[in-house]
Design a protein around this ligand. Sequence first.
Ligand code: HEM
Length: 229
Amino acid sequence: MENLLFSIYPYIALTTFLVGSLIRFDREQYTWKADSSQLFEKEQLRKGSILFHIGVLALFFGHAGGLLTPHSWFLGLGISDMAHQYVAIIAGTIFGSICMMGGVILWKRRMNNQRVRANSHFMDIFILDWLLVTLAVGLLTIPLSFYHAINGDASAMVSLANWAQSVISLQANSTLLSEVGFLYKIHLFLGMSVFLLFPFTRLVHVWSVPLGYLIRPYQIVRSKYVRYR
Ligand code: HEM
């Protein structure tokens, strides 16, 4: 079971993520969008979406940097395992909580606002639920990591990073997780499944991050109302 979930499933998820996204982009261009619901409700969306996206983007880059940077690089930079562990705990708590606050606002809005609810597809609700459960389990691992940290034990974090690097180097090795707690494994399964679900949801908007926005020419916006002084 461990072999299936942590040596084989990562590639099922990653292949579905890449090939599924390509097929969706090729065949379903009109569904390739964030599917904004701003026209139906603005106030809660502004609060929820900003908090959620700040959190989720920080968590994404935090996970990528923390898990995929080779161990020797951290040591070379003078960052000990314990320092790495505490940075992960503190950053994870801050950005995980911000993401959770935003996510809960978005979830309540999507379930309770009749106009937003009526315009939601099954997958819009499903993926929001899935992300929130993944996030909640991730937050629940923090007390466990803290307990390891105060006992001077960084071995779970190092094993998780070694496993993530084994996946990326196409040599996934589930035995690297043999000493890692059950809660972390549930979080890994939920997180990998986000990649699996990705092409079938509005998450495809992440591929289209509008970087051009930062350097685009300015626009002139004129109000249709004339202001008399
Ligand atoms: C790359 C940068 C990103 C940009 C520019 C972006 C932009 C957007 C926009 C414009 C919306 C629509 C908001 C509306 O209803 O008007 C949206 C919704 C959403 N985004 Fe992102 N996003 C990004 C990254 C992500 C990431 C990394 C995730 C999670 C893995 C994510 C998950 C979601 C979800 C779940 C919604 C729907 C929220 C709801 O239920 O209303 N986004 N995003």
